[in-house]
Design a protein around this ligand. Structure first.
Ligand SMILES: [Cu+2]
Length: 124
């Protein structure tokens, strides 16, 4: 058997490894009574990112941004109908590649947006 047959698959593994090992940047988003931080949420277009949502309060909140999640690629995590639901003191992690644009985010629990739970997501 020639050496060339072994060399080709090894070269592919070698080239693929650095890309696979590259972890996405982490951006922390905190929900509390009655605030979403940071505001605005600033992300880089086309760059994979891990969003870590933390509910700092005892009551439930959600992070609702249907257009933001619908336009993103490679979404992985507990997003249902454009929404991440967080019970008191819960956290959740969502990985995605955001698409360029400006999006609105809010909490849809009764009157929470009115009390301050909204944010703008700027992807550029
Ligand atoms: Cu809320």
């Amino acid at each position: 058997m020639s050496r060339r047959l072994f060399a080709a698959p090894l070269a592919v593994l070698f080239l693929a490894a650095p890309v696979a090992a590259q972890a996405p940047a982490t951006v922390s988003i905190t929900l509390s009574n009655f605030h979403i931080a940071p505001a605005p949420i600033h992300l880089a277009a086309g760059q994979p990112v891990r969003l870590v949502f933390t509910n700092a309060s005892g009551g439930g909140h959600d992070f609702t941004a249907p257009a933001f999640f619908a336009n993103a690629h490679g979404l992985a995590g507990p997003v249902e109908r454009g929404q991440v639901e967080l019970a008191g003191h819960a956290s959740a992690s969502v990985t995605l590649v955001p698409a360029r644009g400006t999006y609105k985010a809010k909490c849809t629990h009764f009157a929470h947006k009115m009390m301050g739970m909204s944010a703008t997501i700027i992807v550029d």
